[in-house]
Design a binder for this molecule. Structure first.
Ligand SMILES: [Zn+2]
Length: 331
């Protein structure tokens, strides 16, 4: 491709990541706050922008520890106004010696930044309606997939961000889906459908990377993409996190008492383009045991194995990709 004239700034691929750090003059924990890991999820970007102005004007103060803000974590996706740039930044997160795409280059700068902090607040929004929710990692364990020792701190952080709904169990459910695909590959017309999702590492995003290096973190889904209230949810979460960690002398509000903890227990793949949902599910719609959630192209019914919830339904999922997750209330 040749250009008749020099590219305008907006058509050029972003060449840097903008980070704002504030170091309190007393020691304390190190917090990282991310916005727009997905480029069309800008509530975090907007809330961070407000808070940077308040820190710079003196309306807010950082007295202990460190807080770093990345208002736009995937600048290519943000520039394009879409979820991903070359690929989803929140998957397969790791440094690479030979980066293959834009997100690999961002990860090479972002991973050392995650390494340099203790706690992460990652601000997202979602497409379909519903209430905000927060995603946490596993309970404390010494397993191989996601060993963890900071579950109590992470739960405290989740409860102070605000939403009453907490979702856990992402990586081990994801890993189960990967194993199942590898053991029984989906075939169409006699040939195996190549799944993009054949590697458990692909399930590693910002929070999973953070836990893998001894930190902890939550993903806060603040509301619908263009709902102005999602900016307030993000802002509230940032301020309460600064209070909880003692970085800023702000009043700490009581933790969310009305908690509902949902555990992701299974992921169901779409096996054929003719597979369809029985209705237009929204995330966290409740289902009864035996209720039909979808119909396979073959005519087979996909039923709820027990009472639970449909989570992250994707009617447009590709073949051999995640169609929906099934969750249950944590006992
Ligand atoms: Zn997102």
């Amino acid at each position: 491709m040749t250009h008749a004239s020099a590219p305008t700034p907006n058509s050029r691929q972003p060449s840097h990541l903008r980070v704002h750090s504030y170091h309190g003059l007393a020691p304390g924990p190190r917090l990282l706050v991310l916005g727009a890991v997905h480029g069309n999820e800008v509530c975090g970007t907007r809330a961070i922008t407000q808070i940077l102005a308040e820190l710079d004007s003196g309306a807010l103060a950082i007295e202990r520890g460190t807080v770093s803000f990345v208002p736009i974590t995937n600048p290519l996706a943000y520039q394009l106004g879409q979820r991903t740039g070359d690929r989803n930044l929140n998957r397969n997160m790791a440094p690479s010696a030979i980066p293959q795409d834009f997100e690999d280059r961002i990860a090479n700068v972002l991973c050392p930044l995650l390494d340099a902090h203790d706690a992460l607040l990652d601000l997202h929004s979602f497409h379909t309606g519903g209430a905000p929710f927060v995603m946490i990692g596993p309970q404390n364990n010494r397993g191989e997939l996601e060993p963890f020792a900071n579950a109590a701190q992470e739960m405290q952080l989740a409860l102070h961000t605000g939403p009453h709904r907490i979702v856990e169990g992402w990586l081990d459910t994801y890993a189960r889906g990967v194993k199942r695909r590898a053991a029984a590959p989906i075939t169409e017309g006699g040939s195996r459908v190549q799944s993009l999702v054949t590697d458990t590492n692909y399930g590693v995003g910002t929070t999973e990377y953070m836990r893998s290096t001894g930190g902890y973190g939550v993903t806060l889904e603040c509301g619908q993409h263009d709902d102005p209230e999602s900016v307030n949810v993000a802002r509230h979460a940032i301020l309460q996190t600064l209070a909880l960690l003692g970085l800023s002398p702000l009043p700490l509000q009581p933790a969310q008492g009305e908690r509902e903890i949902l555990r992701l227990v299974d992921v169901i793949d779409r096996e054929h383009v003719g597979d369809s949902f029985s209705r237009a599910w929204r995330s966290f719609d409740a289902v009864k045991a035996g209720e039909v959630i979808g119909l396979r192209y073959s005519g087979a019914e996909v039923k709820a194995p027990e009472d639970g919830f449909v989570v992250f339904p994707n009617p447009g999922a590709g073949v051999a990709q995640e169609w929906f997750y099934f969750a249950q209330r944590r006992a």
